[in-house]
Write a protein that binds this ligand. Structure first.
Ligand SMILES: C[S@@+](CC[C@H](N)C(=O)[O-])C[C@H]1O[C@@H](n2cnc3c(N)ncnc32)[C@H](O)[C@@H]1O
Length: 442
């Protein structure tokens, strides 16, 4: 399309895009801030709106900063890296409140967002896509709105050590002439490099391959552990599927066990490569403290969608008994190990879908509070029904997706109302935000 137009930005949307008007249609503009005048090129048009990207800032907002990243212009990672950090927090509050009003149809305003003291680096887990260009491996993050990989040397979000390890692995694979994956032809071997780094500077590496076995794996393993003795686990994950899901369902350990141990609020957690664990350790502690505050002095609590049991075990310190429910079997195995590791007695972990397990549990035990921390899609209709039919006094809803959160609030609002809510900034300079809300039965 490549048409260049001048736009006055009047607001910003939940995707971090500036909002303007052109030809009586809304334009969503990448890398533009409220009150700016920018030159933009249109990338997409339909009958309702345009999408464009900024090519030149003519009049800059006072909140604009120079993004401290060489690949920012192209990378799809940090959508708000051109704005002052404090301003990004204000945007998140505003857009979440708009979503709550529009989709949740409730008159409740979230006033607080808990930002980070030290922003970079904040990710303890990265998943780097890999491909081959001219018979050489290329790894990096995806370019905005494409699956083109931008080769990178460093990324602010992850530690320098992780940057180095990625490049080291890339060089080893080039040395052994093992190709990167091509998602169009479904050829090539190495699909993703996943790295987890714990509080004690130990590393887990997962090599996701489009095969059942990695050739030269002993040599590859030895090179990695000789150079990085703090690598405690190397897993080969086989993913031969033609889809965008990162991990396949078969794995074997090449070195060490399928676990790394991390720590949150003084408790230790074994985490397998299949298990969910909050990617921002500092802010996870901030979030969990809020959850504990909102749960208050409940007796019997359910931690639905419990992962490796982090909220469950934190709650075991203040509640009489806690029940964790989780669908991923390796995560529940970790949760049971974590119960022992921390000498906790007053919890039970249940393997299964929350929608299948919650009715029985609510019938079996007199539950007074439920913590729900679902994946992005939010709550299943059956879970909403179980909560509505129950006599539970308090729900603490932790959400990483304001839209599904607002939809669920709407579905629950006949029986429950929001009393308190806070945002926690887990993913600085991106549009991602975590919300924790206390709902009470009317
Ligand atoms: C956002 S994570 C929260 C995990 C945990 N509360 C934490 O803070 O680490 C959501 C978890 O829900 C699990 N999950 C997804 N769908 C589920 C379902 N229908 N029933 C039970 N667990 C589910 C995922 O495997 C994941 O561990």
């Amino acid at each position: 399309m490549n048409k260049s137009i001048e736009l006055k930005i009047t607001d910003i949307n939940y995707e971090g895009m500036g909002i303007a008007t052109y030809n009586n249609k809304t334009v969503f503009v990448e890398r533009a801030l409220k009150d700016e005048v920018v030159l933009a090129e249109i990338d997409f048009e339909n009958k309702n709106f345009y999408r464009a990207h900024t090519t030149k800032v003519i009049q800059a907002s006072k909140d604009r900063i120079i993004p401290p990243c060489a690949t920012y212009e192209k990378c799809g990672g940090c959508q708000l890296l051109h704005a002052a950090y404090q301003k990004t927090l204000e945007y998140k509050l505003k857009t979440t409140n708009n979503t709550l009003k529009r989709i949740g149809k409730v008159d409740f305003e979230i006033k607080e967002i808990l930002g980070m003291d030290e922003v970079f680096p904040y990710r303890n887990k990265v998943q780097i896509p890999v491909t081959s260009v001219d018979n050489k491996l290329v790894c990096g993050y995806f370019e905005r709105r494409t699956h083109n990989i931008i080769p990178f040397k460093t990324c602010l979000l992850q530690s320098k050590q992780v940057d180095e390890i990625i490049i080291f692995i890339k060089n080893i694979f080039n040395e052994f002439k093992i190709s990167g994956y091509n998602e169009n032809s479904h050829e090539g071997i190495l699909r993703h490099i996943m790295i987890r780094e714990n509080k004690y500077n130990q590393i887990m590496i997962v090599l996701v391959i489009n095969d059942n076995k990695l050739k030269c794996e002993e040599e590859i393993k030895n090179k990695i552990i000789n150079k990085y003795p703090n690598v405690v686990s190397i897993i080969i994950n086989s993913n031969t599927n033609k889809n965008n899901v990162i991990l396949g369902d078969k794995s074997y350990p090449l070195y060490g066990k399928d676990e790394i141990i991390d720590e949150l609020l003084g408790l230790k957690y074994k985490i397998s490569h299949y298990s969910f664990f909050q990617i921002n350790r500092c802010q996870a502690e901030v979030l969990y403290k809020k959850v504990l505050e909102y749960v208050g002095n409940a007796e019997n609590v359910v931690d639905a969608y419990c992962g490796v049991g982090t909220i469950t075990l934190s709650l075991s310190k203040i509640a009489k008994y806690v029940y964790g429910i989780e669908v991923v079997a390796p995560a529940i195995d970790n949760a049971n190990e974590n119960k022992k590791l921390n000498n906790v007695e007053n919890v039970e972990f249940i393997l299964g879908k929350v929608e299948d397990k919650i009715f029985d549990l609510l019938e079996r035990v007199n539950i007074d509070c439920v913590v729900i921390d679902p994946p992005r899609k939010g709550l299943d209709a059956k879970v909403i029904e179980a909560l509505k039919q129950s006599k539970i006094k308090r729900i603490v809803y932790v959400s990483c997706n304001p839209s599904s959160f607002a939809r669920d609030i709407d579905l629950l609002k006949e029986d429950y109302e929001i009393k308190k809510a806070t945002l926690v900034d887990m993913f600085a300079y991106t549009t991602g935000v975590e919300c924790v809300a206390l709902l009470e039965r009317k």
